[in-house]
Design a protein around this ligand. Sequence first.
Ligand code: NAD
Length: 279
Amino acid sequence: MDTHTLAGKVGVVTGAGSGIGRATALALAERGANVAICDIDEAGLGETADRIKAKGQETFSQVVDVANASEMQAFAEGTRSAFGRVDIVVNNAGIGVAGLFVDVPLEAWTQILGINISGVVHGCHAFLPGMIEADQGGHIVNIASMAGYCQAPGMTAYGTTKFGVLGFSESLRAELSLHGIGVTAVCPGVINTAIVRTSRMYGLNEDPELREQGIRAFERRNYSPERVAQGILKAIHKNRGVAPISPEAWAGYWVKRLFPPLVAWFARRSARAQQQRSN
Ligand SMILES: NC(=O)c1ccc[n+]([C@@H]2O[C@H](COP(=O)([O-])OP(=O)(O)OC[C@H]3O[C@@H](n4cnc5c(N)ncnc54)[C@H](O)[C@@H]3O)[C@@H](O)[C@H]2O)c1
């Protein structure tokens, strides 16, 4: 799909109240698309809606918990009533959970699986039938992560969801090629958003100082969500299956493909370092 101009097209973005979701919704509007947005954060959603309107585009916004299939279905129906078509769906809403496997309670697993994996499945399930029926092509973007191909200790729950999103997207891509609909798994890298501040942290990671260190590291890296949004538009334009965005995401991608034992070695080394810190 030509993303240089999206006039007359309709984009959908979940988790659009902050970070990568907001930046992507605004980038779609910038190129001329009308944009349907959802989030659980009503205030953040309202701000994104105002900024879309300020760009001269129409928006439909709804408070939705992506883990809830009926809320997602209602959002898809509302979007269809508002705009009559859907061209791009960006399943972006996600949360972070950090901590060694044995420290993370099952309740946190249930929550992250519900949002990061089921949320993506719900988005596809709610919007795809209409897109296939319309027979006008389109594109699905699922936000995965470099944690979806590089395993990391202390991120077992998060990594599980992102490996899942990557695998789901690759399978779906094959099926949707029959309908001229592209699918991209986007793997952003280390992006300066609210995610470290809002992540649920367990065990060693509960230390507020560690959280602050993480926040500062993401701030120092200073790779903006707006750059990710531009990468997403480019990935749609080129119909990429997997799209690492920042240099570290590309580096991890190639190292994992070419030297998987090196990534496994690095993961074991980080696990040992974490154990030493806890002693
Ligand atoms: N920031 C990074 O370094 C990074 C790296 C790789 C992948 N990602 C992924 O990018 C996506 C966006 O994260 P971000 O960094 O912009 O974080 P963010 O916290 O700034 O934004 C996430 C948004 O999702 C919303 N959300 C959370 N749970 C929801 C739910 N149940 N239903 C609807 N909305 C919900 C939040 O309210 C928030 O507005 C996530 O899937 C995340 O895993 C982020």
